[in-house]
Design a protein around this ligand. Structure first.
Ligand code: FES
Ligand code: FES
Length: 176
């Protein structure tokens, strides 16, 4: 056997449920969840910003909790349920074809979609927060989004979008 063959990393089978679909993937143990989502499954909503756990652009939900997909090995996600921004709208029961999730709609209506790079992570961090705390105050929203970095525009519209989403999800009639 050649040296190259001998040193090739051994692959492992990882089972993941991603956006409601089960996948069995053969991955090298060093591959991150972010790489597997983007490169194996073609789900490019989660972005690589820093690759170091500092910016939050790679945030996805793992069993409902936000995780840094750039710091999570795919093998660590064995058996987990992963939600990416591509699957968010499908979590709404009986949604109209093509309709967005209410959090996505609120980001659009409150002008919280700014550059698009940080937006998927912001939206998923907001989803995790609102699933746990349907009526967070502004301080709590800022705390929950504290790990999501915006490098360009600022956080005011994003925080307003999360407040709007919270009101809408609670069934209140509010103007954007
Ligand atoms: S890319 Fe993962 S935290 Fe920045
Ligand atoms: S980095 Fe996305 S809006 Fe600033």
């Amino acid at each position: 056997m050649s040296e190259a063959r001998k040193s090739a990393p051994k692959k492992m089978v990882v089972e993941l449920e991603v956006n409601g679909t089960r996948h069995e993937l053969l991955v090298e143990p060093r591959r991150t969840l972010l790489e597997v989502l983007r490169e194996e499954l073609g789900l490019t909503g989660a972005k690589e910003g820093c690759g170091l756990g500092a910016c939050g652009t790679c945030t996805v939900l793992m069993d409902g909790r936000p995780v840094r997909a750039c710091l999570t090995l795919a093998v660590e996600a064995q058996g987990a349920s992963i939600l990416t921004v591509e699957g968010l709208a499908d979590t709404v029961a009986d949604r109209e074809p093509g309709a967005l999730h209410p959090i996505q709609e609120a980001f659009v209506d409150a002008h919280g979609v700014q550059c698009g790079f940080c937006t998927p992570g912001m939206i998923l961090a907001a989803k995790a927060l609102l699933d746990e705390e349907p009526d967070p105050d502004e301080a709590r929203i800022r705390e929950a989004l504290g790990g999501q970095v915006c490098r360009c525009t600022g956080y005011t519209k994003i925080v307003e979008a999360v407040k709007l989403a919270a009101h809408r999800l609670s069934g209140e009639e509010v103007e954007a």
